[in-house]
Write a protein that binds this ligand. Structure first.
Ligand code: 3H9
Length: 698
């Protein structure tokens, strides 16, 4: 096997190259190779300076996450980097692509730092429930100041090379040919007699104590319940009080605490699950795809407009169709307004907004969709209308164009059957607002061609969405699971919990919003209509929705009508429970024979979350979702499930499936909740965890 790190002495410059595809992660062999090569360069008297650069598409993207949680192999990264910083000859790093996490810590530990203008650097460990553990929290504030360090490390957001230079984290930015430019810079440094410069020798510029208190308070809101962000503040504060070596020791201890936490295990699971979700099991890696150079959208409403913006933001030309000029103009006006807001907030330049708007062309004529590579239908949920539109698309779209429906729950196969080309059809289920939400359910129809699926997964990446493949069933993955979750939440209200108690328990659990508040936001009529659209034998017991349905009858449809379960302040959008609604709930309890009891937050959480888990297992068993991790990604990006709990399926594994089964059985017997799914029973009987499940093996 070739060495992942090599040394090439060229005159006074020793070039150390790291080559560990795909992202040059700091696997054990790379740490050892780097250590050995730097030591060899130090021992070589002909060498005056060392240049560390990477082969392939990027600089080091961090520690090897796949090694986390396994026994540690020496040399450990902090030791390698301390040796680099302490080296007697100057060490230069040259960054292209992304220098992230431990990769950027290597840059910080080197003495001179340069980057290609297109490069990005950052410390994203917080997104894995970790903190930089190889000196990042100690060197960054010494180089860039406390405030910049707190922002960089607690947000985890990478910055570009120009910004890094402005902050003092990079010395030189080169426009092109990094290897040649960095080598020439090394020669100049030698000629100038440059000596090693160590970030650890610098003093941290003093800041007021309030800076840390404010950072902690802000993070307690923005990163609710998360350990790592708070510990990052502790570490940066330690950098202001302790000598470097003691601060670094303090950082390492906090890093180990994060690494051992269930939060980091959950977030690392999600990192790999997200990448796995983009893969379609059973398809060879070289399955071809079709080019998507332009898209068409049918329906200029909220959904269609959001999808149009997502595509235009990624530089794709869009033809947006609506039935009449008035509808089209309304849709385009909303898009213009959204871009104007982003410009107003300083998030987008006027020139970029104009360029994006220029990519969106409106039409009321289906012939305008004749040349596009992909058409997405985004009209309201009327199956007949959707079938009619697909029939028309079949007539106008060019051969080979992909036809997608954005339905949230309908039968994609029935819609595809309205065309002569079901192999070119599939579902692309965006979440609202489509220009913001990252999730995209890619729904595979019975006849969808493999290359159409592969193209859809790639298209998702182009427009910066996270794709998850789902099979055809009512509601696919996300909405199908949401139904029993919502059912449980609403039945809890009938049993005696206040809507605010249900919401508070789920918010405390970590959900972005409680289920009752979500129902109000989505519109109580949406769930109502969706249930009405189901055949009677599939609706199940509708009594848990008695309160919501009564509110719909009263015209209280949720936030959009100023009130649903809660009544909303038009300015602040804050919801309060009105006595009239409390009375309506009491009346429904009496009518349905419920005697109100007080319900603990733990029961509320278990009833709601285990309902998700139970349905998720049924979905896996039916092959609707490919893997448990796919379901976790759907709930993370589509439904506000807390990342630090790893998604419902990871959470169930952490709690223990045996316990989940016991409780699901009890809830079924006592409250009529759904019976345990066959897969839950099977996994527990076989003593297996969620991770042992795979579509192939079952
Ligand atoms: C850290 O550094 C801790 C230190 O402070 C302290 C240590 C003591 N390790 O995302 P992609 C794989 S924590 C292992 O599709 P892209 C990934 O799974 C680390 N594997 O590509 C995928 O594999 P596969 C801090 C990794 O071009 C393949 O590479 N660093 C790692 O869209 C391609 O990945 C981070 O958190 C890794 N570090 O994006 C950075 N990174 O092909 C995490 C990637 O089998 N990485 N893989 O599915 C990223 O943000 C993106 O991968 C990156 C490339 C932007 C680099």
């Amino acid at each position: 096997m070739s060495q992942p790190v090599t040394l090439d002495v060229r005159g006074p410059v020793a070039v150390v190259s790291i080559d560990n595809p795909p992202v040059n992660a700091f696997a054990h062999a790379v740490r050892k190779g780097l250590n050995d090569c730097v030591a060899a360069a130090m021992a070589d008297e002909s060498v005056a300076i060392v240049l560390i650069r990477c082969a392939g598409r990027t600089f080091v993207a961090g520690a090897d996450i796949a090694e986390f949680g396994k026994p540690r192999k020496d040399p450990w990264l902090p030791e390698v980097l301390d040796a680099i910083e302490g080296a007697a000859k100057p060490i230069v790093t040259a960054v292209h692509g992304t220098a992230l996490g431990g990769g950027f810590e290597l840059v910080l530990a080197s003495h001179y730092r340069c980057a290609l203008a297109s490069a990005r650097v950052g410390l994203p460990e917080v997104r894995l429930g970790l903190l930089p553990g190889a000196g990042g929290t100690q060197r960054t504030p010494r180089l860039a100041g406390v405030e910049a360090a707190l922002e960089l490390i607690t947000s985890g957001r990478p910055i570009d090379a120009g910004r890094a230079k402005a902050l003092g984290l990079i010395d030189e930015v080169f426009e092109e040919d990094l290897d040649a430019a960095a080598f020439a810079w090394c020669e100049r440094l030698v000629a100038d007699g440059a000596k090693p410069r160590r970030a650890s020798d610098l003093e941290v510029a003093a800041v007021a104590d309030e800076v840390f208190a404010e950072a902690r308070a802000g993070l307690a809101r923005r990163a609710r319940n998360q350990l790592a962000p708070q510990k990052i503040v502790d570490c940066v504060e330690a950098a202001t009080r302790l000598p470097f070596a003691e601060g670094a020791e303090y950082e390492r201890e906090r890093f180990e605490e994060c690494m051992a936490s269930s939060q980091s295990a959950a977030m690392r699971h999600l990192f790999f699950a997200e990448r796995e979700a983009a893969k379609i099991g059973g398809l060879p890696k070289d399955t071809p795809s079709r080019p998507v150079r332009s898209i068409g959208i049918v329906g200029a409403g909220t959904m269609g407009g959001g999808i149009a913006m997502s595509a235009a933001n990624a530089g794709l030309p869009v033809v947006l169709l609506d039935v009449d000029e008035a509808g089209l103009e309304r849709g385009l006006a909303v898009i213009r307004g959204n871009y104007a807001k982003s410009v107003g907030k300083g998030r987008l330049s006027q020139a970029d907004a104009d360029r994006r708007l220029g990519l969106i062309e409106g039409t009321t004529d289906y012939a305008g969709l004749g040349d596009v590579d992909l058409v997405i239908e985004a009209v309201f949920e009327d199956p007949e209308l959707k079938r009619r539109i697909f029939g028309t698309l079949d007539e106008v779209a060019r051969p080979g164009a992909i036809l997608a429906t954005n339905t949230s729950y309908q039968d994609v196969d029935a819609i595809a059957a309205a065309t002569s080309r079901p192999a070119d059809c599939l579902g692309l289920h965006f979440f609202s607002p489509a220009n913001v939400m990252k999730l995209l359910e890619v729904v595979r129809g019975a006849k969808t061609a493999d290359d159409v699926l592969v193209t859809a997964m790639q298209f998702a990446k182009t427009i910066r969405k996270v794709p998850v493949m789902a099979g055809v069933c009512y509601g696919f993955i996300g909405n199908r699971m949401f139904n029993p979750y919502m059912r449980e939440a609403q039945q809890l209200v009938l049993e005696g919990a206040g809507p605010d108690e249900v919401d508070a328990a789920m918010y405390e659990f970590g959900m972005a919003m409680g289920p009752i508040a979500v129902a109000d936001l989505a519109g109580l009529d949406i769930g109502y209509k969706a249930r009405q659209a189901l055949p009677a034998d599939r609706r199940g017991d509708e009594s848990p929705f008695a309160v919501a349905d009564a509110l719909v009858v009263e015209g209280r449809l949720g936030q959009k009508t100023g009130g649903g379960f809660y009544t909303y302040d038009p300015e602040s959008r804050k919801g309060t429970l009105e006595p009239a609604v409390v009375e309506l709930i009491a009346a429904k309890r009496r009518e349905l024979g419920f005697e109100a009891r007080s319900i603990a937050a733990d029961e509320i959480v278990e009833r709601c979350v285990f309902a998700l888990v139970n349905e998720g297992l049924a979905i896996l068993d039916e092959g609707i979702a490919q893997r448990p991790g796919d379901i976790d990604i759907v709930y993370l990006y589509g439904y506000g499930f807390p990342a630090w709990r790893g998604g419902p399926m990871h959470y169930a594994d952490a709690v223990g499936l045996e316990y989940v089964l016991k409780r699901v059985r009890e809830f079924h017997e006592r409250f009529g909740s759904r019976a345990p799914s066959a897969l839950l029973e099977r996994l527990v009987a076989e003593g297996r965890g969620m991770d042992s499940w795979s579509a192939e093996g079952n």
